[in-house]
Ligand binder design. Structure first.
Ligand SMILES: [Zn+2]
Length: 272
């Protein structure tokens, strides 16, 4: 049997016929200079998203995110960054068109343990044709998930494949920060085009003090209600104004009880 050493692919941009060797995956069209990625089943245009951040500005975004309300107090100051890596992560990019309009779907083109990557979105205007010379090839993670697998995932999530207008490969730049806090390891990604931070797990504020305060609050209001009932019953026995008297009394005690609760809540929010 004869070994196939070259084959012809049709450029998805200009329809020009390119001769390539069978091992070639990333090629440039000899006619229009488009970047092309040769998948097992299909030839697609290869795009890249520009990186607009460097390591220190990306870390600045991470620290600001760490200082946010959902993170544990002083995480921005206490987190120790243990490792930083920069890479272009490959995603299959699908554009569908139906009566409701355009929609974009992204699916990882290589296996990753970082589930945050599935949440990312890319504005269409940020896509640039990939040119080898402009980038450091070592920073590009090669795809290892076939286009057909990604299409199957799309079908499984209810997308009609006949509506796919465009399928491409897109490399998206990320800074990956590994950091430790309180002896535990965490990972956060900064998408280096928009600077957006992606993380699924992070040191969260403890909910225990809030739960304890809720318990104390409920107990306090229960006690006030019982006292108010006792007072109203005893005043009924002595022939006083029952209903209105007990309501005014209750209101007074409720307001009185809420003052220390509000103070405790502020104290907890500052400390946690
Ligand atoms: Zn071409």
């Amino acid at each position: 049997m004869q070994n196939i050493t070259s084959s012809t692919i049709i450029c998805p941009q200009c329809a020009g016929e390119n001769q390539i060797s069978v091992d070639d995956r990333f090629i440039e069209c000899v006619f229009c200079n488009s970047a092309i990625y040769v998948d097992k089943s299909k030839v697609v245009t290869h795009y890249v998203v520009n990186s607009n951040f460097n390591q220190s500005t990306a870390e600045g975004n991470l620290r600001r995110w760490m200082a946010g309300n959902f993170q544990v107090k002083d995480l921005d100051k206490l987190a120790q960054v243990s490792k930083v890596s920069f890479y272009y992560f490959p995603m299959w990019y699908f554009k569908t068109l139906d009566i409701s309009g355009d929609r974009i779907y992204l699916q990882p083109a290589t296996s990753t343990s970082i589930s945050e990557i599935k949440k990312i979105s890319v504005p269409a205007g940020n896509l640039k044709v990939f040119h080898k010379k402009e980038f450091n090839e070592n920073e590009f993670m090669p795809p290892d998930i076939y286009l057909t697998s990604a299409q199957k995932w799309l079908t499984d999530s209810g997308v009609n494949l006949t509506n796919i207008k465009e399928a491409s490969l897109v490399h998206i730049p990320f800074f990956q920060f590994n950091y430790t806090y309180n002896g535990s390891e965490f990972t956060a990604l900064v998408e280096s085009s928009s600077g957006k931070v992606y993380a699924n797990l992070w040191p969260k504020k403890s909910e225990t003090p809030y739960r304890a305060m809720f318990g104390i609050g409920v107990a306090l209001y229960l006690i006030i209600s019982i006292i108010a009932i006792i007072i109203s019953v005893s005043s009924f026995n002595s022939g006083g104004e029952v209903a209105s008297g007990s309501i005014v009394l209750k209101m007074f005690f409720y307001i009185l009880a809420s003052i220390p609760l509000i103070i405790i809540a502020f104290a907890i929010a500052k400390k946690v």
